[in-house]
Design a protein around this ligand. Sequence first.
Ligand SMILES: Cc1cc2nc3c(=O)[nH]c(=O)nc-3n(C[C@H](O)[C@H](O)[C@H](O)COP(=O)(O)O)c2cc1C
Length: 198
Amino acid sequence: MLIETRAPADPLVLFRRWYREADRKGALQPDAIALATADASGGPSVRMVLFKSLEDGRFLFYTNYESRKGRDLAANNRAALVFYWSLTRHQVRVSGRVSRLSRADSTAYFHSRPRGAQLSALASRQSRVVPSRAVLEKAVAELDRRYPETVPLPADWGGYALRPNWIEFWENRADRLHDRLRYVRRQQGGWRLERLAP
Ligand SMILES: Cc1cc2nc3c(=O)[nH]c(=O)nc-3n(C[C@H](O)[C@H](O)[C@H](O)COP(=O)(O)O)c2cc1C
C-alpha cells in the first residue's frame, strides 16, 4: 500500500520499484506509454510509444521528429505520459518538458535495433499519407539493397527526453478510495510530496 511515511523522497525510486514489480509479475508490455502532446494552437493528440529508459531523471523514448508528435513537440515542448499496469493496478502520470537527445545518442540507440526496424524507420515518413502499403514495402526493399551493411540514422529520427515537473502515483484501493501521491518538483531542488483525493 502506498502510505506517505513509506513513500521515498525521490519519485524515481518509487517509479523504478513499481516498474520492476509490473515486469516481475508478467505485465505484457510494461514499457508501453500513452504520450500526449499539443500543437501550437493547443490541439491535443495522444498515442502509444515505448518508454526506453530513465536517464538523469528523464524519461526517454524514440520516434520520428517530423511525425505529428514531432511537429507538436517542435511547436510546444510540454508533454505528458502515462503508464498503466493492470496486473499491479498502478498508474503513473508524468508531465514536463521534452528535449531532443543528441545525434550521437540517437545513433547509438538506432543501431541497437534490429536491421528490419532500422530499414522501416528509414523508409517511413511517419504520419504522412501514403498511397499504399506496397509503396512502403518497395522503399524498404530498395533501402535494403542500397545499404547492405550499416543502415544510416534517418535525418528525422531520434530520441526525446521528458524531464518531469510532476509525477503522480495512483494505486487502486477498495471501494474506489484510491491512493494518489503527487511529487511536484521544487524550484530549489527536491520534490514536494502531496496526497490527492481520488
Ligand atoms: C504499444 C505501442 C508502442 C509504440 N511505440 C512507438 C515508439 O516507440 N515510437 C513511435 O514512433 N511509434 C510507436 N508506436 C506507434 C505510435 O502509436 C504512432 O502510431 C506513431 O508514432 C505516429 O504517431 P503520431 O502520428 O501522433 O506522431 C507504438 C504503438 C504502440 C501500439
